[in-house]
Structure formats: C-alpha cells, structure tokens
Ligand binder design. Structure first.
Ligand SMILES: *[C@@H]1O[C@H](CO)[C@@H](O)[C@H](O)[C@H]1NC(C)=O
Ligand SMILES: *[C@@H]1O[C@H](CO)[C@@H](O)[C@H](O)[C@H]1NC(C)=O
Ligand SMILES: *[C@@H]1O[C@H](CO)[C@@H](O)[C@H](O)[C@H]1NC(C)=O
Ligand SMILES: *[C@@H]1O[C@H](CO)[C@@H](O)[C@H](O)[C@H]1NC(C)=O
Ligand SMILES: *[C@@H]1O[C@H](CO)[C@@H](O)[C@H](O)[C@H]1NC(C)=O
Ligand SMILES: *[C@@H]1O[C@H](CO)[C@@H](O)[C@H](O)[C@H]1NC(C)=O
Length: 688
C-alpha cells in the first residue's frame, strides 16, 4: 500500500504538529544527521533538566541507566553481579558506590577466544596453528588482550541479543588498558625514544592518548603483556607469512577426516582524506593481530580506499597508482590497501542501468551512496582466494575482541535452520520479553501462521513464510537456482533441519525487514527492473556492516554486470539472497540502551508498529537514538568516548560527564562487555 503512494510521501508528515521538523530530520537519513544530533543534545539529553522541555518521545520518560559508568574499582565476580535494569517494572537500581578500594579488586587476565591454540579441532582431526610474528626474523610476538574477570556492579544488560546464545563470554569486561594497551595505547613517551612507537604526529591529540587518564592498576596489564615494538611492521608481509606458514589448513585437498578452514577478507571501507589518528591505528593493529596473525591466517585485513578524484587514472599507470596510494594512506597500510574510484566502477560496470523506480538522492547509479557494493564486488573478483568478505565501516568500534565476535557470529549463523529464518530475521529478539532464542523461534513460527491468514501482498513482499528462492514477475530465466537453494522438503515437513550446518551467505547486524511495510526513504531505489511491472519483493537491513559469502557476492556481481540490476546498498545483498534462495541471517549481537525501557513497550515499538510510518526503519527510528547500534544512534559515540576516558557532553554545559577527575572520584575507568558501537564519528569532543 505504501509503495503506491507518492514517493515523496515522507516529506509531508501526517500531523503537522510542532514536532514535524524533528520527524523530517530523523527520516531523511544521514543527510541531516548533524541536525539530529544537535536536536538530541539540545533537547533530549537526560542531564539537561532545565528549562523543562516536554519530551518529544514517549521513551524519554524511562529512567536513565548509568550503571555503564561504574568502573574497575567496582568490579565483582560475575556470580555477584546484579544488572541495573528494572525494565520499568521497578526503577533501575541506584548505582551508588560506597567503600570502594583504590585499586581494582580483581586483576586483569589474558583473554584467549581462539579454539585450542596449538591443537585446534577441525572435523575429527587436528590442525595445529603455527605461531605468527610481527617481524620477518620472528622475534616480535603478537601480544594478547587482557580483561577483568568480572563486571562492574550494576553493568546493565543488553535489550536485544545475547552473549550466551552466540557462545560469547558475558562474565568479563574490557577496559581501555587491557583492550588497547598491548597495541601501544598509553605507552610512555620514553618508549618513543627507544623506537618502540610509530604513531604518526597527531594533530588532534598532540600527545599520546591514555597516559593522562585514570589508570590505577593498569600497570598489571603491562607487567603481563610487556611492550611490543610496533615500529615498521609491514602488515602485508606479516599476514602473508602467517598464511604461508599455515597453508595446509586452507588447502582444497585435505587428508581424510580433516576439514578445510575457510578464509575471510576483512575489508575496511575507507577513503582518501580519512584521518587516521592514534585510535584508528590502535584499532587497525587490533584487527590485524586478532583476526589475521593470532588465528594463523584465517583472515586478511584489507583497506579498500575510495579515491574521490575521478580524473586520476589509478587503473592505467602503476606510478600514478603508487603516488595516489602514498598520499591517501599512512605508510604502515600501503601494502594492504586497494584503491578504487567511481570512474573505475563506471568502466567496470558500464550498464546502461535503466530507469529506477525512485531515486531519492537524485544521483547516478554509480555514486558510492547508491552503489557502495560495486567496489566490494569488484574487489571480490580480484580475490577468488577468499570464502567470505566482511564489509566493515570506519565508524564502527568494538570494545571486545574482534576474533571472538566474528568467529562466534559465524558459528551461530551456520547453525541456524532455514525454516522461519526470514520471519525471525525481521524482528529484534528481546530476551527479557521473548525468552530464549528457542522460545523466540517458536513464537515467530506461531505468529507466522497467524500472519499467513491475513492477506499478504505477494507481489510486493513475497510469500509468507519464505521457503526457497522468491520469484518475481519479469525474472523469467534470469535466476537459475544455484546448488542447495531449493528446499529439500516442504515447509510443513521440515523439522528445522534444512540449513543447519550451512554457512550463512549474508550476516547482518540489524533485522532484515520488508521495506514495503515501512516508509523507509530508500525503499524504491531499485534500478534495472521492468518499470511496467510491480517492483520485485525485497528486503533491507540498516547499516552495511556485514559478512558476504563468495556465492552471494558472485551472484550480486552477475546481477549487476549481466542483468544490470542494482538497489540501494542496504537493500541489495538481502534482496539478492531473497531472489536466489541464499541464506541470510541477522545475528542477534548484544545491543544496549541508555534508558530502562519497558519490555512490552519496546517490543511493540520495534516489532509491532501500529502503522508502517511508525516502523523503526521509518519515522519510528527515533526509538533507537539511545541504542548502541543504529545508523543514527547518539549513545554509541558517547559510550565509546567515555570508555576512552574523555569528558563527554561538555558542549551542553555543566562541565560534561566522565573524564579523569570524575573517574578518580568515582568507581574508576569504565569496563564494558564486548559491544559493537555505531556510529562513532569522532573520538574526543573538541576543546572549544
Ligand atoms: C512504566 O511504569 C509506570 C509505573 O508503573 C507506568 O505508569 C507506565 O505506564 C509504564 N510505561 C510504559 C510505557 O509501559
Ligand atoms: C623496533 O623495531 C625497529 C624496526 O624493526 C627497529 O629499528 C628498532 O631498533 C626496534 N626497537 C627496539 C627497542 O628494539
Ligand atoms: C611493501 O611491500 C614491498 C614488497 O614486499 C616491500 O618492499 C615494502 O617495504 C613494503 N612497504 C611497506 C611500507 O611496508
Ligand atoms: C584531481 O586530480 C587531477 C590530476 O589527475 C588534479 O589536476 C586535480 O587538481 C585534482 N582535483 C582535486 C579537486 O584535487
Ligand atoms: C519458553 O519455553 C519454555 C519451554 O517451552 C516455557 O516453559 C517458557 O514459558 C517459555 N518462555 C517464554 C517467555 O515464552
Ligand atoms: C552441490 O552441493 C552438494 C552438497 O553441498 C555438493 O556435494 C555438490 O558437489 C554440489 N554440486 C555442485 C554442482 O556444486
């Protein structure tokens, strides 16, 4: 129904109340992201108590959760931990602190999320990982990450997702020294003199970060981890050597009983004038160390660098390429970088791309905003050696260990049965409301039977439930089903068996929704299909952070070069999965909120909006402003900056929150469980 309305429907809100401008700002996506932050900071911040502003949104009535800001001096073993949340059944617990010791009561311990490190099991047999080093002479070992074996008392619980379900540790936390110290965070200036540091001169910070923040007890990390010489590491070479040493694990031919280990490209989507400050360098060291070197070469980290100047013929001349590269990326990443430009994509995918149903940003199909997947598809064709491609955005941060996240999410999605998958994918799983994931699966199955009885517009949404490839009018012969995508039995007969043990073709970190059931702005940005027919059924997931299989990305590539089809980037991979019967999974990673939501209210707002406009993927997206992972979250950046020990919210007056003095006067520096944070647009508020 929404699709037939004017495509500019979203520009004229139903009720022209005084909040219409806010709604408009919210729904027009990142274009007005700045406006939104200003509005949020100016009006919605929980600390801004006067003059009283009537709350624009009902959820603002919920009490704030401040248990995140309890710190290392307040650590308790997991069994003694009480989450702060009252879920509006009661008020959140008061995170009051009394009788705190000066030192953290627990000591940091090494965190090792790898399968038994020297003797890992694949199939029935063992492949041992040969240790990798940073340097060619094999004298510089890759350091470990350190965690505190407990949680700050009242550390809140996530509202979506679960560590336990994904097989991740929920009984420990990461502080800034244990997480980043081994990668050079807070190293002394005199280590620089000894050549142990190669941070670029940092205009933003002027000096090394970390040293001037609260650090009681942090020396216990360095006593164990030591100091690593990060100077002059050639990342390409280190990754390459690591892979070579462990080649046998990845070979196509394996001895009887052994399973081949799959390889991943972890692709960072960066651009020419991106600023790599100390934090980015630390994160990059963490990614290469944790994903590539400690795993024995399962992953290679790459930078896929957008060169915005289309007149530079990077594809034509090696010298031009090298010169452009050296200007675009810090030296330590030259050898793991691949440059691309829109001009190059125009040559690679010349089209012509016929008219689209609705081009919301009025730009060509090749503009990165509308086709961010083109360069990744191109990259995948240059790298047939990888089984999976991770699309990693530069404004994502992770407080935990990268390998724990990626490996556990990969394993969990592989276990998921196909039955009910698309129907589960479209919902947020709220454990406090839905019970276990098994409960959730059962409930979604029952809801699907109910939903099925309502009229379902097949032309727009596809069948309910979805079972195998979804055909659409005009696809005749375009889509021969690939191996393993046709259901082996009927939906009714299947006992949650099909798909179990099958690698996910697509992993995303937000629900995979049907855009026709929302007023999501980009829902009709569909190019190259027959305009005289209904728009094919499609799906989308907000934030392009994802893992794609070779099978999926090859299919996306073929759809683009051969059939001249494409869609808005957040809609393209899920829709290709839908049309081709590939396995797409929303991984229920833990997402936290800054407020103590009522669970029925949350479930209603996010999973059962009364009207398409109120979908969290339309105007209802304000519901996620206070979450740690959404395209427009505000809480994500705040959480990150306070975890780093910076004062946050200074611009709003009252001296802001957090920072050294308050941490020292309170419970010490923050210690968080692994959390994916998006977006984080900057690391530290500017002083002025
Ligand atoms: C939260 O709890 C209060 C007090 O019990 C109640 O009045 C209110 O309706 C609840 N809010 C929601 C959104 O359910
Ligand atoms: C650190 O590594 C660099 C490059 O390999 C080397 O030149 C330097 O001497 C090393 N520093 C120390 C203190 O070992
Ligand atoms: C890049 O790789 C080349 C060839 O292996 C090597 O000679 C060079 O030192 C590397 N450059 C950097 C900056 O690591
Ligand atoms: C783009 O690159 C060309 C060289 O190919 C150069 O002359 C021009 O100044 C560059 N434009 C910008 C805006 O940097
Ligand atoms: C979850 O399932 C179990 C076993 O079927 C049941 O006892 C329990 O009530 C369910 N919980 C919820 C919240 O649905
Ligand atoms: C299809 O998949 C099955 C099981 O995954 C495999 O054994 C078979 O070799 C595949 N066939 C082709 C043609 O790829």
């Amino acid at each position: 129904m929404w699709i037939q309305e004017s495509r500019l429907r979203w520009l004229s809100p139903r009720r022209r109340d005084k909040r219409w401008f806010l709604r408009l700002a919210i729904c027009s996506s990142s274009i007005v992201f700045g406006t939104l932050i200003v509005l949020y900071l100016a009006e919605l911040g929980p600390w801004k108590v006067d003059p009283p502003v009537p709350n624009a949104f009902a959820w603002q009535e919920f009490a704030a959760l401040d248990g995140y800001y309890n710190g290392v001096r307040n650590l308790v073993p997991y069994l003694d931990h009480t989450p702060q949340n009252g879920y509006n059944r009661s008020l959140p617990l008061k995170a009051e602190l009394t009788g705190l010791a000066k030192m953290p009561p627990l000591d940091p311990v090494k965190f090792d999320p790898f399968p038994d490190h020297t003797m890992r099991q694949h199939g029935n047999e063992y492949h041992s990982v040969t240790q990798c080093f940073l340097d060619e002479d094999e004298t510089v070992a890759v350091p470990d990450v350190y965690v505190y074996p407990g949680l700050p008392q009242y550390h809140p619980e996530p509202l979506f997702g679960s560590y336990d379900e994904l097989g991740m540790r929920e009984d420990l936390c990461f502080d800034r020294f244990g997480r980043y110290g081994p990668y050079g965070y807070s190293y002394d200036d005199n280590l620089r003199e000894h050549g142990l540091l190669n941070f670029p001169k940092d205009k933003t910070f002027g000096k090394l970060v970390g040293k001037d923040t609260e650090h009681e007890g942090s020396e216990k990390v360095f006593e164990q981890a030591g100091y690593t010489n990060w100077t002059g590491v050639d990342w390409k070479n280190a990754q390459q050597r690591c892979f070579e040493k462990n080649k046998a694990m990845f070979a196509d031919e394996q001895p009887a009983g052994m399973q081949r280990v799959q390889r991943h490209a972890f692709v960072l989507r960066t651009w020419a004038d991106y600023t790599y400050d100390q934090h980015q360098i630390l994160a990059m060291r963490a990614m290469v160390s944790e994903l590539a070197l400690k795993s024995g070469g399962e992953y290679d980290v790459h930078l896929l660098v957008h060169i915005k100047n289309d007149t530079i013929p990077i594809w034509a001349d090696e010298d031009v390429y090298q010169k452009t590269l050296q200007e675009a990326v810090p030296r330590e990443f030259w050898n793991i970088s691949t440059l691309w430009s829109v001009q190059q994509m125009k040559m690679y995918y010349p089209g012509p791309f016929s008219e689209n149903f609705a081009n919301m940003v009025d730009s060509s199909a090749h503009r990165v905003y509308r086709s961010a997947h083109f360069p990744l598809q191109w990259f995948s064709q240059q790298h047939p050696e990888y089984d999976f491609f991770w699309n990693w955005e530069m404004d994502v941060r992770y407080t935990g260990h990268y390998y724990e996240l990626t490996s556990k999410v990969s394993e969990w999605t592989k276990k998921q049965p196909r039955k009910g998958l698309w129907e589960r994918n479209r919902r947020f799983w709220i454990p406090e409301h839905d019970g276990t994931y098994q409960n959730f699966t059962t409930n979604v199955f029952q809801d699907t039977e109910v939903d099925d009885k309502k009229s379902n517009d097949y032309q727009q949404s596809g069948p309910l439930p979805i079972w195998g490839p979804v055909p659409y009018r005009g696809d005749d012969g375009l889509v021969p089903p690939s191996n393993g995508t046709t259901p082996p039995s009927s939906y009714e007969d299947d006992r949650y068996e099909w798909g179990v043990g099958e690698d996910a073709d697509l992993i995303v970190f937000n629900p995979i929704f049907d855009p026709t059931q929302t007023n999501w702005v980009f829902r009709n940005d569909v190019t190259g299909y027959d305009l005289t027919l209904p728009i094919p059924p499609r799906r989308a997931a907000i934030i392009t952070l994802s893992r794609m299989s070779k099978r999926l990305i090859d299919t996306m590539h073929e759809e683009v070069w051969h059939h001249k089809h494409t869609m808005f980037p957040e809609m393209w991979p899920p829709t290709v999965c839908l049309h081709h019967g590939l396995k797409a999974v929303y991984a229920p990673h833990p997402v936290y909120f800054d407020r103590d939501w009522d669970m029925d209210f949350l479930n209603q707002a996010l999973n059962h909006p009364n009207h398409p406009e109120e979908s969290p993927f339309g105007w209802g997206e304000h519901n996620l402003l206070g979450s740690t992972f959404y395209y427009n979250s505000v809480f994500s950046g705040r959480m990150w900056r306070r975890w780093l020990g910076f004062i946050e919210g200074k611009k709003e007056g009252k001296g802001g929150q957090g920072g050294r003095m308050r941490e020292e006067a309170g419970a010490g520096r923050m210690c968080l469980r692994g959390m994916l944070l998006h977006p984080v647009k900057f690391e530290k508020e500017l002083e002025n």
